[in-house]
Design a protein around this ligand. Structure first.
Ligand code: ADP
Ligand code: ASP
Ligand code: MG
Length: 474
């Protein structure tokens, strides 16, 4: 009989220091007894941010990047010294330390190059970021080996093929699946695969977008034909709202792929939205588990979740967004106005998160990341110059410091009274809502509020839908 196989992905939150490494290795050992385990690993917590900041400093000619490289070196050395003990350990430690130091020297040279040319292209930034995962996987694979679990570091640049959209590359699934299957067949021990990074056909390093190691886990699972993909993090599962902001939130035991996709798209960082794509295609269940509390059952993400008899499944929010409103009496009946507005935004590569249009055709509003605000405004001004000149459209109003909040649930469909309860709770809390949209799938209602109102909104809405606290508590 074929041995069952699963992917276990550990995020930066699970691999912060030597102590966490030990806990993760123990979890892997236990799970490897019953089935084949494929490990996917992120960079150590915070390292990707440090690398990005170092690259920006080098580009600006600010030599503080050198200290950042030294800090990474120190962190790796300290972790290695703590992990490998005893005489056999010390030789393993010096071996891996010299390997890691060689890599850090390379990183230093690349950043020095950036400092000299004063330019860090998206392509170079991807290369710089890749060191986080590469260093960590070398260290962790060496530790697994030294602690009795035969393991092999696997560089995902040899497995996952993408285009050259640096920063958030598009995956070539058939080619990647083929490479993954062959690599997994070849490797005898436990592969420790770098999350987040990939490469083009020419071998140029790319990344899958921030938080992208979850996506790597799912691509690897689909390619290898795994039975299960586990995402191990620092919380007990998918909560009804971000537990950092909503103390009354609780773990939801089972949700559908579609619900997980909506929640993560609207800011539930616990899983990257693209993770669901390969899992859906191959119908592989995903499970969110807690490294700090492995006994907790976690959250299962499956094709069709059991009806929960809850009005909604979860509430999520996305910050740092801006809203632009295109409005004017002269807009009514201008053919193609919506297509021109969205065409202009697309040309400026603005990533629209939410749209709402009044049925009076009097106004269209789009919400996007704050960082796109200038490009969005300029592109719209160019496109609509004749209408602005003729006063058919008013000057655009742009608002920043906003938050999109989304209420999500597969069981919302056809259930009357959800909007009433939602907006009633916001009214009672005295919250001013700037825009509203509802997906026609009736799985999500999203609305825009001021950033400073976020915590009050999340808690008020959570209480409105879950007045009695955790419905799954036994
Ligand atoms: P990792 O480093 O393991 O990938 P992340 O920081 O990317 O971990 O994701 C886990 C974090 O996601 C949690 O610590 C939690 O604060 C946050 N989070 C946001 N929304 C939710 C939610 N609905 N359920 C669970 N966690 C959430
Ligand atoms: N290390 C990468 C990041 O911080 C990928 C990940 O953690 O999933 O974005
Ligand atoms: Mg993450």
């Amino acid at each position: 009989m074929m041995r069952a196989m699963k992917v276990m992905k550990f995020g930066g939150s699970s691999v912060k220091d030597a102590e966490k490494f030990r806990a993760v290795a123990q979890i892997i050992r236990e799970h490897s007894r019953e089935q084949r385990v494929l490990v996917v690993l992120s960079a150590m917590r915070g390292v990707t941010d440090v690398l990005i900041n170092a690259a920006h400093e080098a580009e600006a000619g600010d030599t503080r990047y050198k200290q950042k490289v030294q800090d990474i070196r120190k962190r790796q050395e300290e972790a290695a010294a703590e992990l490998f003990t005893g005489s056999a350990g010390s030789s393993a430690a010096s071996q891996v330390t010299s390997l890691l130091n060689g890599l850090i020297d390379q990183l230093d040279s690349i950043l020095h190059g950036v400092e000299l040319v004063r330019e860090c292209s998206p392509r170079t930034l991807d290369l710089v970021q890749s060191f986080g995962e590469i260093l960590n996987c070398h260290l962790f694979a060496a530790y697994l080996n030294s602690s009795g679990t035969p393991a092999e570091m696997v560089d995902a640049r040899e497995l996952i093929l993408t285009d050259d959209s640096h920063g958030s590359a598009e995956v070539d699934f058939p080619a990647s699946y083929d490479r993954i299957r062959r690599a997994i067949e070849r490797i005898a021990g436990t592969p420790v695969i770098t999350g987040f990074i990939a490469a083009t056909a020419d071998g140029i390093t790319t990344t899958l977008g921030r938080n992208g190691s979850d996506y790597t886990a799912s691509i690897v699972g689909a390619g290898a034909g795994a039975d299960l993909i586990e995402i191990w993090t620092d919380v007990d599962g998918v909560y009804s709202a971000d537990p950092r902001f909503v103390p009354e939130s609780f773990v939801v035991p089972e949700i559908s792929y579609a619900e997980a996709m909506e929640l993560s798209y609207f800011g539930a960082k616990v899983i990257h939205p693209y993770t669901m794509i390969p899992a859906v295609e191959k119908n592989i269940p995903l499970v969110i588990k807690n490294t700090l509390n492995p006994a907790a059952p976690g959250t299962r993400i499956v094709q069709t979740a059991e009806p929960k008899s809850l009005p909604v499944t979860g509430i999520a929010s996305v910050g740092n967004v801006a809203l632009i409103n295109v409005e004017g009496g002269g807009m009514v009946g201008i053919p193609g106005i919506a297509s021109r507005v969205f065409g202009a935004l697309a040309r400026a590569r603005v990533n629209i998160i939410m749209i709402s249009q009044a049925s009076s055709e009097h106004s269209i509003c789009a919400v996007f990341p704050e960082s796109h605000a200038r490009d969005a405004t300029e592109s719209l001004k160019r496109e609509l110059a004749p209408e602005l000149h003729a006063r058919k459209i008013q000057e655009f109003s742009l608002r920043t410091d906003l938050e999109i909040v989304a209420v999500i649930g597969g069981d919302m469909r056809g259930r009357p009274g959800i909007s009433g309860r939602l907006f009633g709770s916001l009214g009672d809390a005295g919250i001013n809502v700037l825009a509203i949209a509802q997906g026609s799938s009736e799985m999500n209602i999203s609305f825009v509020v001021r950033r400073e109102d976020r915590d009050r909104v999340l808690n008020a809405v959570h209480r409105a839908f879950f007045p009695d606290g955790d419905p799954f508590k036994k």
